[in-house]
Design a protein around this ligand. Structure first.
Ligand code: NAD
Length: 250
């Protein structure tokens, strides 16, 4: 079934682990996928994989913390692939440090990427979606927003903010045919998780601790998240809005 035939989907952080799997999933199901990443080479690699598999995609270098780059990328996407039907706000960054050891410059960077970046993207695409009376927004937060996570205080605050923002936008935009939902990964086997573990005294031990706390007994994989994100981005979820789905092995 081609759930996304004729649809244009933007995936931010689409060059990364969860974003790459998500971009590939939408493309396999018929979407034209705009892969946004500040790392153009990573975005281009995902686009090449999609095209090799027979799908449609284009790479856009876009640092979501920079409004000018967002304001350039969205019309460029529309010109190349059509107006944006689905936005997956997935780009993110994290560090692992006790809160009292973090410094304001780190808070600023965490907030800029994990919260303000999502705001820029939403502000850029929502007016067009409202005009066309159709839109699917999937914001990728974290289980850290729901239960807290030692060593990830400011990151958790950003992701909690993203959850609250999503619930509010879901209410504001329901009358425009736009749904806004959240997918919360648990520990997932990507570069981000490896980077977080680097902040621990014993990275391997931290990953093992994350894994052993997961009832289903393994780390998440990009494809686990892609399935849930694609559901929230599809018309199968047309009566679902303002919801938060953990995809974390329990
Ligand atoms: P990843 O590091 O594999 O991918 C993140 C991608 O985002 C990278 O390609 C990176 O270049 C891009 N990116 C970072 N800052 C950007 C910016 N300012 N503008 C544009 N692109 C930017 O990480 P991932 O694990 O795939 O993370 C995807 C999302 O999932 C993030 O929002 C993350 O917070 C969330 N998440 C991940 C985990 C996990 O354990 N991996 C757990 C909970 C939540």
């Amino acid at each position: 079934m081609q759930r996304f035939q004729g649809k244009t989907v933007v995936v931010t952080g689409g060059g990364g682990g969860i974003g790459g799997a998500t971009a590939r999933r939408f493309a396999v199901e018929g979407a034209k996928v705009a892969v946004y990443d500040m790392n153009l080479a990573a975005a281009e690699k995902v686009v090449a994989e999609i095209r090799t598999a027979g799908g449609q995609a284009a790479a856009f270098q876009c640092d979501i913390t920079d409004r000018a780059q967002v304001d350039a990328a969205v019309p460029a996407t529309q010109a190349q692939l059509g107006p944006v039907d689905v936005l997956v706000n997935n780009a993110g960054w994290d560090i692992f440090k006790p809160f009292v050891k973090t410094v304001p410059a780190e808070w600023d960077k965490l907030i800029a990427i994990n919260l303000t970046g999502a705001l820029h993207m939403l502000h850029a695409v929502l007016p067009g979606m409202a005009e066309r009376q159709y839109g699917r927004i999937v914001n990728v937060a974290s289980d850290a927003a729901r239960g807290g996570s030692s060593g990830e205080a400011v990151y958790s605050a950003c992701k909690g903010g993203l959850v609250a923002l999503s619930k509010t936008l879901a209410r504001e935009h329901a009358r425009h045919g736009i749904t806004v939902n959240v997918v919360c990964p648990g520990p997932t086997d990507t570069a981000l998780l490896a980077g977080v573990a680097e902040g621990a005294r014993d990275p391997a031990k931290l990953i093992e601790a994350f894994k052993s706390a997961i009832p289903l007994g393994r780390l998440g994989q990009g494809d686990d998240l892609a399935s849930a994100i694609a559901f929230m981005g599809s018309d199968d979820a047309s009566f679902v809005t303002g919801q938060v789905l953990s995809v974390s092995g329990g």
